[in-house]
Design a protein around this ligand. Structure first.
Ligand code: HEC
Ligand code: HEC
Ligand code: HEC
Ligand code: HEC
Length: 122
């Protein structure tokens, strides 16, 4: 069977860097430990990397968010760069929802602006 041993179509061929700095916000870049966030059994890739959507279909599995979620918006898109990660007051969104839940369970995940956005990461 030809497809045995090849990468599953839902998993990218590119390996993500262990740690990356997500840049763009004037208040500073956000250091994101990808490895820390994908090693636990509960960290499903799909939690953050959503499936392809018709408004702008994916060209690869786990394509970088910033290729589609930009400021200014690309034609047909309504979720900009900030909204892909959190709302304007950072009280809800992909990163923040999970951190709030984790902190309620006694973890120490950043939930304030300056705990994620750091000038040193600009
Ligand atoms: C907690 C959220 C989260 C989880 C869980 C997660 N990722 Fe990511 N991943 C990201 C973010 C954020 C980026 C950076 C996107 C960008 O730069 O636009 C990224 C980048 C990547 C990239 C790099 C793409 C490129 O070409 O630069 C790959 C590949 C990737 N992830 C694969 C995976 C796989 C496979 C899993 C599951 C094992 C996974 N990710 C789980 C958030 C996550
Ligand atoms: C290939 C393009 C593409 C990539 C890559 C992509 N998205 Fe999206 N995303 C879309 C489209 C299209 C929509 C639906 C239209 C809209 O809301 O603008 C969407 C919607 C969203 C939404 C709005 C809520 C929802 O589910 O409808 C969030 C939040 C989001 N994306 C976060 C992310 C994050 C975080 C990443 C990277 C881990 C990412 N997206 C990668 C295209 C993409
Ligand atoms: C599914 C849950 C989940 C999601 C989604 C998530 N995180 Fe986290 N994050 C955690 C937990 C839990 C911790 C606390 C560290 C630990 O106990 O593993 C953490 C810790 C962190 C830390 C501090 C760790 C360090 O490097 O010192 C940063 C920064 C961070 N997250 C950024 C992000 C960003 C940016 C996003 C969105 C792209 C995100 N996280 C999405 C669960 C999550
Ligand atoms: C859990 C981590 C986290 C917290 C907390 C957080 N942010 Fe963000 N924010 C991100 C990530 C990741 C991005 C996407 C990368 C970027 O654009 O810098 C982002 C993007 C943004 C952007 C969009 C920048 C652009 O390029 O368009 C703005 C503005 C912003 N955040 C402001 C805030 C403010 C204000 C707060 C507090 C009320 C806050 N953030 C709290 C992680 C966080």
């Amino acid at each position: 069977m030809l497809w045995l041993g090849t990468t599953s179509p839902t998993q990218a061929q590119v390996k993500p860097k262990e740690s990356m700095i997500l840049k763009g916000a004037p208040m500073g870049g956000v250091k994101f430990e990808h490895a820390l966030h994908s090693k636990r059994a509960a960290d499903k890739c799909e939690t953050c990397h959503h499936v392809s959507k018709p408004e702008k279909p994916s060209t690869a599995a786990q394509q970088p968010c910033m290729e589609c979620h930009t400021k200014p918006l690309q034609p047909g898109m309504k979720t900009g760069r900030q909204a892909a990660f959190h709302n304007s007051v950072a009280q809800a969104g992909m990163c923040v929802d999970c951190h709030k839940k984790a902190n309620a369970a006694g973890k120490m995940a950043p939930a304030k602006c300056a705990e994620c956005h750091k000038k040193e990461n600009l």
